[in-house]
Design a protein around this ligand. Structure first.
Ligand SMILES: C[S@@+](CC[C@H](N)C(=O)[O-])C[C@H]1O[C@@H](n2cnc3c(N)ncnc32)[C@H](O)[C@@H]1O
Length: 240
């Protein structure tokens, strides 16, 4: 099973809530004079459509591609509820995706689809303007640190933004960067938390041991059997 299919049911969904992090990204894009009205856009690793559906409200057309069928199913459900008919979903891995159009925008947020030079080259060639949002080397989480330690490993925060900036520098391309900091608090029921952290260890190449996970999580569990995780995150929004 695709690992993101497993995550889909617990992944966040489109929301009109003004306090959501997505709004900070859209405000930042406006400050860079990025305008989506009547434009075409390719959303790479679109997930459940947290950004896609906002974009589709403005764009002429959106191609939403993702290698997880489950993620796309949720996107389609939410698009239907919103009566959005200008989204075409593409169930495909970025590695095997052939870009046939020259989009106005290529858009990729928080997706490992773009992670090496080849991925970046392809993204660069498929649109006039490229927008990337990714981790920028800080994801402070006491729970993850404790879990990695319990599995004899060290947690290293993701830094996709550095790879993108390094690549752009090597290509002598002009780009703009806006840094973001976010404090995120997530509370999960104990068994849901176990499942969530098993997934996180697995995707980072650490074989999860359920007993060890439960032992660690007990230290973070309240009397009602809920586990609260606070993370301090750094991201970069990069536009070129
Ligand atoms: C963290 S989610 C981000 C989803 C969405 N962009 C967002 O910001 O909420 C990562 C998404 O990238 C997708 N993904 C991961 N690797 C991919 C690849 N090689 N090709 C296409 N999609 C990929 C996953 O299936 C998942 O839906």
């Amino acid at each position: 099973m695709n690992k993101w299919d497993k995550k889909a049911k617990n992944y966040s969904r489109y929301s009109e809530d003004k306090d959501r992090f997505e709004n900070r990204i859209f405000d930042a894009l406006t400050s860079l004079h990025v305008e989506f009205k009547n434009k075409t856009l390719l959303d790479i690793g679109c997930g459940t459509g947290v950004y896609t559906l906002h974009l589709a409200k403005k764009c002429l057309h959106v191609d939403a591609m993702d290698s997880s069928k489950e993620m796309l199913e949720f996107l389609k459900q939410d698009a239907k509820k919103l009566n959005l008919n200008n989204i075409n979903t593409l169930h495909v891995n970025w590695n095997s995706f052939t870009c046939k159009n020259n989009y106005d925008y290529a858009f990729c947020t928080m997706s490992p689809a773009i992670h090496d030079d080849e991925d970046l080259k392809k993204m660069n060639n498929c649109a006039k303007t490229k927008i990337y949002l990714g981790w920028a080397g800080k994801r402070e989480t006491r729970i993850m640190e404790a879990l990695f330690e319990a599995h004899g490993s060290i947690y290293t925060p993701p830094n996709g933004a550095k790879k993108v900036k390094d690549w752009l520098n090597r290509q002598n391309k002009f780009y703009q960067v806006i840094p973001f900091e976010e404090e995120k608090v997530r509370t999960r029921e104990f068994s849901e938390a176990v499942e969530n952290f098993e997934w996180h260890l697995e995707v980072r190449g650490v074989k999860p041991n359920k007993n060890r996970i439960e032992t660690v999580l007990k230290d973070f569990c309240d009397k009602d059997n809920f586990v609260t995780e606070t993370t301090i995150n750094h991201f970069n929004l990069i536009v070129w």
